[in-house]
Design a binder for this molecule. Structure first.
Ligand code: ADP
Ligand code: MG
Length: 238
C-alpha cells in the first residue's frame, strides 16, 4: 500500500540537471532517510514524490499505482514541512479538523479522527489552544497531527526539526520514531543531519549532487561505506 518506486526519475531546472536518472524502491512501512549536504536535491526529490514538483522524465509509483501525473492531493501522502504552516487564528482542534473538512469527511468521523490523533501525539490537553500559545515542539506535533488525520499511506518529512533547539530535537526524533512504530506507515525523512539519519532510519539514502551514493542500513553504511564521500558523511573510520 505504502510502497514507493522511483524509476529513471530526472529533474531539470532549465539547463541544470538537478537529479540525473535515479531509481529507488521503498518498501511499505519502511522508515527511509534521505541525507546529504545542502543543495544535493533532497527537497526536490521529496517534492516530486509529493507531486509539488513535476518530473522532467521517469515515473513514480505509490502502492503499485503510477502517480506521476496525479495532483498532490490525490497521491494519498502527507507532507510535513519545517515551517509549521498552522493557521494562527484557529485552535489546535480546528487546525487538525481543517483537512478533513476540505475532504468532506462527516463531522462526527472527523471529530473522532482528531481525538485519536491528539491522543497519539499527546495533544489532548491542548486542543482548544491557538498555535501562538504552544511551544515549538507542540506546534510541530500539531503539524504532524494534521497529516495523521488523513491516514496517508506514507508520510514525507522535510527537515521538520530544523527550527527546534537541540534538546527538543532529540525529543521530537523519539516521538517521530514512536509514531512510526504506532502507525506502521511508510515514512521518508529528509535531513542534512547525520545523527538524525543514523538514529532514525531503517535505510539511509546518501545523496550527492542528485546522485545516490549508497543505500543501506545505518550499520551497513557505517561498516561498509562505498566511497570516501559516504565514509566522510556518515563519520565511519576509513
Ligand atoms: P536540498 O533540499 O538537498 O538542500 P534542493 O532540492 O532544495 O536541495 O535543491 C537542489 C538543487 O536544485 C539546488 O542546486 C537548487 O539551487 C536547485 N533548485 C531547487 N529548486 C529550484 C527551482 N525552483 N529552480 C531552479 N533551481 C532549483
Ligand atoms: Mg531542502
Amino acid at each position: 500500500m505504502g510502497s514507493i518506486t522511483l524509476s529513471k526519475v530526472v529533474k531539470r531546472f532549465g539547463e541544470a540537471e538537478v537529479i540525473p536518472p535515479l531509481d529507488l524502491g521503498i518498501r511499505d512501512g519502511e522508515f527511509v532517510v534521505f541525507v546529504g549536504p545542502s543543495g544535493c536535491g533532497k527537497s526536490t526529490l521529496l517534492r516530486m514524490i509529493a507531486g509539488l514538483e513535476d518530473l522532467t522524465e521517469g515515473n513514480i509509483e505509490i502502492g503499485g499505482r503510477d502517480v506521476s501525473h496525479l495532483a498532490p492531493g490525490d497521491r494519498g501522502l502527507a507532507m510535513v514541512f519545517q515551517s509549521y504552516a498552522l493557521y494562527p487564528h484557529m485552535t489546535v482542534r480546528e487546525n487538525m479538523l481543517f483537512p478533513l473538512e476540505m475532504a468532506k469527511v462527516d463531522a462526527r468521523t472527523a471529530r473522532d479522527k482528531v481525538a485519536r490523533a491528539a491522543e497519539v501525539l499527546n495533544l489532548s490537553a491542548y486542543l482548544e489552544r491557538k498555535p501562538g500559545q504552544l511551544s515549538g515542539g507542540q506546534r510541530q506535533r500539531v503539524a504532524i497531527g494534521r497529516a495523521i488525520v488523513r491516514e496517508p499511506s506514507a508520510f514525507l518529512f522535510d527537515e521538520p526539526l530544523s527550527n527546534l533547539d537541540a534538546a527538543l530535537r532529540v525529543n521530537m526524533r523519539l516521538e517521530i520514531a514512536e509514531l512510526h512504530e504506532t502507525l506502521g506507515s511508510t515514512m521518508i525523512y529528509v535531513t542534512h543531519d547525520q545523527v538524525e539519519a543514523m538514529t532514525m532510519a531503517d535505510r539511509i539514502v546518501v545523496l550527492q549532487a542528485g546522485r545516490i551514493e549508497q543505500v543501506g542500513t545505518p550499520l551497513e553504511l557505517y561498516e561498509q561505506p562505498r566511497n570516501e564521500f559516504v565514509a566522510g558523511f556518515i563519520g565511519s573510520p576509513r
